[in-house]
Design a protein around this ligand. Structure first.
Ligand code: FAD
Length: 363
């Protein structure tokens, strides 16, 4: 029997599997599609909550730990898999922020650099932005990753580990609790392990329903687009750093591509991209960076965020069900929170001192 069965191969499931395997355990990861192809692929890759001062302290705690850890994580994945998750720490420019005082106060408390900068500074950093902004808030330490590559690197890492079994294309159809044991039902037969960890993202609530349990994790659809930008002659990209205005953001990739995101839609489990969202994202992108009007829209997609009350993830044991754990509901911040959120649960599973107080994340 395996030590651990993990359901769901997004960043949460994969990082959990990696850490448990690193500690010498036998781990099986069950994924109904291919690992890293749902929300963890669809996201933008900002390694911070969008407006971090607007979130509860429990999110800031996880985020701070993860942000500190991301450079090391990316370096390790590149060295061990040859796949570069493209962690870049180029900072973020906030445009038109109406709660600046709260932002500055939060930054002081968190010991984060955040300052108001004038138009000269702004256009020196990003000369191609629309010429309509008087100032900005500047957070120089903000990082981003290319999350589809993060997913590929994690998957490659797991494939290289002898104590990890990856079962892709296998759906867990439901859970049963028999004789103090959690049983996973699959098309090919039941699966059991000493401990089962549910990392099913937006679908985690559905899985728990099969046990008669209600976890308030629900899908929140997000649509994004990517523009392919032409090579720039002086070696400078059209956009170098993340820019955020009125809830919409532009994220540059190292090869010059620019992503625009995102919508927030309550549309059940429907992932169909819509013309309406495309037009709205396009308008936001061109309003911030007019040169994008001359660039090709390479792709437009949608993903399902695992929404939860206040965006606080559920991390820990499922009450009343021995051997069952959950790590889900990271909402808009699962990519940034993943390292800390998974480490916190692994601490619990392995009887280690927790990196953070786990209380705010209990079911
Ligand atoms: C448009 C958009 C932009 C975003 N931008 C950012 C950002 O910039 N920064 C950030 O930090 N976060 C961002 N996010 C949020 C982030 O992507 C998610 O919070 C995170 O990826 C969740 O990871 P996860 O592993 O829990 O879920 P997922 O990546 O969705 O993984 C869950 C996995 O479980 C599998 N699964 C589910 N049910 C079953 C079953 N019954 N049997 C087998 N397998 C199953 C699924 O197939 C899936 O692969 C964004 C999300 C979206 C959609």
């Amino acid at each position: 029997m395996n030590d651990f069965l993990i359901v769901g191969g997004g960043v949460i499931g994969m990082m959990t599997a990696w850490q448990l395997a690193d500690a010498g355990h036998e781990v099986t990861l069950i994924e109904r599609g291919q690992c890293g192809h749902e929300a963890s692929w669809a996201g933008g890759g900002i390694v911070s909550p969008l407006y971090p001062w607007r979130h509860p302290e429990s999110i800031s705690q996880l985020s701070r730990w993860s942000e500190d850890y991301y450079p090391e994580l990316a370096e390790r994945l590149l060295a061990e898999t040859g796949i570069d998750p493209e962690y870049r720490q180029k900072g973020l420019l906030y445009l038109r922020v109406d709660d600046e005082a709260e932002a500055i106060k939060w930054a002081q408390q968190m010991n984060k650099p955040l300052e108001r900068v004038d138009a000269d500074f702004l256009y020196d950093k990003e000369p191609n932005l629309a010429p309509c902004f008087d100032d900005a808030l500047w957070m120089p330490t903000l990082g981003s990753i290319r999350n589809p590559r993060l997913g590929q690197a994690l998957r490659a890492k797991l494939q290289s580990l002898v104590n990890v079994t990856m079962q892709e294309g296998v759906e867990v159809q439901g859970l049963q609790y028999r004789n103090d044991q959690v049983v996973l039902k699959t098309r090919t037969g039941p699966l059991i392990a000493a401990q089962v960890i549910l990392c099913g993202g937006a679908w985690t609530g559905q899985l728990l329903k099969t046990l008669g349990l209600e976890l308030p994790v629900h899908p929140v659809k997000g649509q994004m687009m990517v523009f392919k930008t032409p090579p720039i002659s002086d070696g400078r990209l059209l956009l170098e750093r993340v820019v955020l205005a009125d809830g919409r953001y532009l994220i540059p990739r190292a090869d010059g591509r620019v992503l625009v995101g995102s919508t927030l839609e309550h549309a059940d489990f429907d992932k169909t991209p819509t013309d309406r969202a495309r037009a709205s994202l396009y308008a936001s992108a061109v309003a911030m960076l007019p040169a994008l009007a001359r660039c090709e829209v390479e792709h437009h997609w949608a993903g399902l965020r695992p929404g939860s009350p206040q965006g606080i993830p559920f991390i820990g044991p499922v009450p009343g069900i021995k051997g069952l754990f959950v790590n889900a509901g990271h909402y808009r911040n699962g990519l940034v929170l993943a390292p800390a959120a998974t480490r916190l649960l692994v601490n619990r599973l392995l009887g280690q001192t927790p990196i953070l107080d786990p209380t705010p994340y209990q079911w």
